[in-house]
Ligand binder design. Sequence first.
Ligand SMILES: CC(C)(COP(=O)(O)OP(=O)(O)OC[C@H]1O[C@@H](n2cnc3c(N)ncnc32)[C@H](O)[C@@H]1OP(=O)(O)O)[C@@H](O)C(=O)NCCC(=O)NCCS
Length: 186
Amino acid sequence: MNSPIPITSNNGDTYFHLEPLISGVSLMDFSCPVQEYNDYLTQDALRSRDDHIALTWLLYDLSTGGIIAYMSIINDAIKLSVSEKELHNLHYPFKTIPAMKIAKLAVSQSFSKTYKGIGSFMIDSARGLAIDCNTDYSACRFLTVDADIENNASILRFYEKNGFILNSEMNNKNRKTISMRKDIFA
Ligand SMILES: CC(C)(COP(=O)(O)OP(=O)(O)OC[C@H]1O[C@@H](n2cnc3c(N)ncnc32)[C@H](O)[C@@H]1OP(=O)(O)O)[C@@H](O)C(=O)NCCC(=O)NCCS
């Protein structure tokens, strides 16, 4: 059996195509390890789009037409401590800095034997959307995520490998998620 094809930001467009979720797309074959994320895609993603709560993007496999991964994107703003502002060289008096949040992210298990690095490609794609947003519409400096440690105890490592760091705000021992950020322009 062939080993999985390593996907990077350079070759992803050869294999994949990213587009917003539209009505009528069959989502039932999508299956990631966390059922909550499958249910969100099939039951809530379109409704959230229609209510302007979250915009879901689907990653299609060009060779089979299957849905490899999805992410839901929303606008965000994060508070930075004095030292965090120092770290990012953001010397502004504002309490919050604009951001774009990956509110949901999941990769279908069906494609894990074919490709490697799909989740990371989705992060790169979200960064690409954020850069386009900065160019065309409005500013955002960070990608953010509430890393779901309740469903996936080791998930911080995935985000850290993709350049996210912990936020000092919104993190305490009892939370089910951990707030993280990635400087889009670092
Ligand atoms: C989390 C998820 C999106 C990662 O997708 P993926 O395609 O497996 O990720 P990648 O292949 O790009 O992984 C990049 C690196 O992170 C590591 N990694 C991925 N998931 C990890 C996890 N849960 N824990 C620790 N490390 C992880 C990989 O081993 C890889 O490391 P390497 O570069 O040293 O080989 C996917 O497993 C998933 O859909 N999980 C279920 C839903 C979920 O938990 N979503 C996140 C909610 S916050």
